[in-house]
Every structure is written in C-alpha cells, then in structure tokens.
Design a protein around this ligand. Sequence first.
Ligand code: FAD
Length: 242
Amino acid sequence: MVGAGFLGMEVASACAARGIPVTVVDADRPLERVLGGYLSAAITARASASDIRFVQAAGFATLTGDPVNGVLLPDGTELTADLVVTCAGEVPCTDWLAGTGLADRLGVGVDHACATAVPGVFAAGDVTYLRSDGTRPDRRTPFWSNAVAQGRTAAASALGLPPSGPSQDDYFWTEVAGLAVKIVGRLPLIGEPAMVQGSVADGRALLSWNHADGTATAVAYGLRKPVAALRGLAATSSPPSP
Ligand SMILES: Cc1cc2nc3c(=O)[nH]c(=O)nc-3n(C[C@H](O)[C@H](O)[C@H](O)COP(=O)(O)OP(=O)(O)OC[C@H]3O[C@@H](n4cnc5c(N)ncnc54)[C@H](O)[C@@H]3O)c2cc1C
C-alpha cells in the first residue's frame, strides 16, 4: 500500500482482516497530516497490533516492475508485492473545464454560497475548494457530508434563495483495524486533546480538541455516539456536563 491516508489505511485494514500480509509505505506518519500526532500514534499502534506493517520512507516511493511488482524507496530499499495499491492523494478532474475560467490547479474555487469565479455558475463536492477569505487559506474538504451540504447550498444559490444551512459540513468517518472513528470539526488536531472520556488504549473514547474561535473538534474513537451529539460537542469548546 502506497499512502497511509484514510483510503490507504482502510484498504490495508481490509487486507489484514483477510489474513493478507500488508505493508504500508508513506513519507509521513499514518494519518498524521490530517489527524495530527495524537490520533496518528493511537491508530498506528492499533493497526500494527493487527499485523499491518508500516515503513516510513525518507521521501516518495517509486513504483517498480512492468507490470508493477513493488516499490523503490529513496534509501534504495526495494519492497516487492503480489499487488501494489496506491492511495497517494486524489486530484480533482477539471480537464473538461479547460478554458471556462472555472478551475485552477486546486479545482473549482467557490465561496460560502458555492459561487464560482464565473457569475451565475455554482459548484459543489470534491471538485471544489473553498477560496481563501484572507483569514484562512484555500481549503479542500473532499468528504461525503461536505458534498451534500454544498449541493444544498449550490442549489439554493442557483435559485436565488438563502442557503438552508452552512455550506461546509466537517463530519466524516473512517474505520481502521476494526475501529470506527467519527469526527466532527476542523482538522488537523494539534497536540493533546483537551478532553478525554474513556480510554484510547482500550479503543473506546470520546475526545475533543478546542479551537481559538470557541468551537471544538469532537472525536468518537471506537465509541457508539450519535453524530448529532458529536455536532453538539463540536459547537462549543466548553467541556460537556458529566
Ligand atoms: C474509496 C473511497 C472511500 C471514501 N470513504 C469516505 C468515507 O468513509 N467518508 C466520507 O465522508 N467520504 C469518503 N469518501 C469521499 C466521498 O466519496 C466523496 O467526498 C463524495 O463522493 C463526493 O461527492 P461528489 O458528488 O462531489 O463526487 P463523486 O461522488 O466523485 O461524484 C462525481 C460524479 O461526477 C461524474 N463526473 C465527473 N466528471 C463528469 C463529467 N465531465 N460529466 C459527467 N459526469 C461527470 C463522475 O463519474 C461521478 O459519478 C471516499 C472516497 C473514496 C474514493
């Protein structure tokens, strides 16, 4: 597996669950870029205990063989495999928009109303990125719930109606080594969580990270927790009542 992001970790977990030996190669620590060091360490430990092997390369891996039968790492190490899967990042498909002024290298830039740079044209979903407003950088959120929220907003905007809710929805989920993780709120998660209920080591915990704007990011780690409850927790950085 080349790439230790969400998709790479999910495919590796599926292999391990079927008893297929799997090695995950990445230049970064698993999921660290999006989830931060705390959850990266916890999830990596769990995945390692499920016989998923990790190799952190000093740089990008290169595919070897024709047909492909392995990868070459920058230090000269060559790993061979019956099957090589790459989950090394997705790129919005915008070739078909060439010449329209709608897309650049990040995708189709939109604002909070899902309006593009071209008047009267609106866009939603993975192909988009939220344009910088001066207070934060350009931002892509290629998740299912976000595509739904943006779809609603884009439709309302096209009809000249006010949006029925926010155009961004920071909820997503994943499953690694049999552990379901649900997250509501901004990423990445820097440092230690402000609140931990339960035990990460035992694979059942509710965690939250506070942000300067008074919101939080809430994480149900191996814990059954309705998304509405996580949304409530993420709406405020104050600790929940016991
Ligand atoms: C393997 C995988 C696992 C995922 N798991 C999760 C998850 O657990 N949680 C989560 O929140 N998100 C997950 N995602 C991301 C989620 O699937 C996307 O965020 C979501 O599907 C985006 O919706 P969309 O409508 O923008 O794009 P898509 O679902 O990609 O739909 C775009 C559609 O447009 C069509 N299309 C493209 N170009 C053209 C054209 N020129 N003309 C006509 N049709 C065109 C495509 O064929 C496609 O059917 C996952 C993605 C993948 C690939």
